[in-house]
Ligand binder design. Structure first.
Ligand code: ZN
Length: 231
């Protein structure tokens, strides 16, 4: 479940918000980034691939490579991704204290960016069964019709499933978040640990940014961020 923080004008996840050693959120059109209780947010240089960048020392903070997910076990480093329809996903492993922020567009999703992210968290000592996840605002199945060849790529990768693909008014619609949700389960994350409550960026364009809805008028993107605090 997502909750609206009226002071910061961001959404937070009920799965993550009560953890005392963590800050996270999903921005809206009304968020003043300067008001967020985080330092500078580190973003990957997003390229719609499946590369995961791990920040394991302070010296790597300024090291920017092409990547679509960031993972860190360092405190006081805010990591984030920018999206406008693509799926933002925040992950937290509370035992080994590892966080991740993922940008999953359709290309990254087919290339299993979420599973690669969990692999990286495991390489830092994380256990998938401990990981808590929240999906952020992304284009809903309601508003995401796709060409046949893209639909076929998803069937090849994730199987036929009416939750993944559905025909709406004669057009194939894809549930991009669901393909990522399936990857989390394959990787060993418990369904009970996943905040899969979805908000559509196009339907709720008054709150969020949507490339499909706004096209060249798109001026900003949703920022999904997470930061470990000293515990
Ligand atoms: Zn929609």
């Amino acid at each position: 479940m997502k909750n609206y923080n009226a002071k910061l004008k961001i959404f937070t996840s009920s799965k993550l918000v009560f953890l005392p050693d963590l800050i996270h959120g999903f921005t809206t059109r009304h968020t003043d980034i300067q008001q967020l209780l985080v330092g500078t947010i580190i973003f990957p240089h997003q390229v719609h691939g499946n590369t995961v960048q791990a920040i394991t020392s302070q010296s790597l903070v300024n090291y920017s490579q092409a990547a679509d997910a960031l993972v860190t076990n360092k405190i006081n480093i805010a990591i984030g991704v920018k999206t406008a329809d693509c799926v933002p996903i925040l992950l937290y492993e509370p035992v080994s204290r590892i966080i991740a922020a993922v940008h999953a567009g359709w290309k990254g999703t087919v290339q299993r960016i979420v599973e690669w992210t969990i692999d990286t968290m495991k390489s830092l000592g994380g256990q998938p069964s401990n990981i808590i996840v929240s999906f952020g605002p992304s284009i809903g199945m309601c508003c995401y019709n796709v060409p046949n060849e893209r639909a076929e790529q998803f069937i090849d990768e994730f199987g036929t499933d009416h939750q993944l693909l559905s025909e709406i008014e004669g057009k194939l619609h894809l549930n991009l978040a669901y393909a990522n949700y399936k990857q989390l389960l394959v990787a060993g994350v418990s369904a009970e640990h996943i905040d899969y409550s979805l908000v559509c960026t196009s339907c709720q364009n008054d709150l969020f940014y949507s490339y499909r809805k706004e096209k060249e008028k798109l001026s900003e993107e949703v920022i999904s961020f997470i930061q470990l605090l000293r515990n």
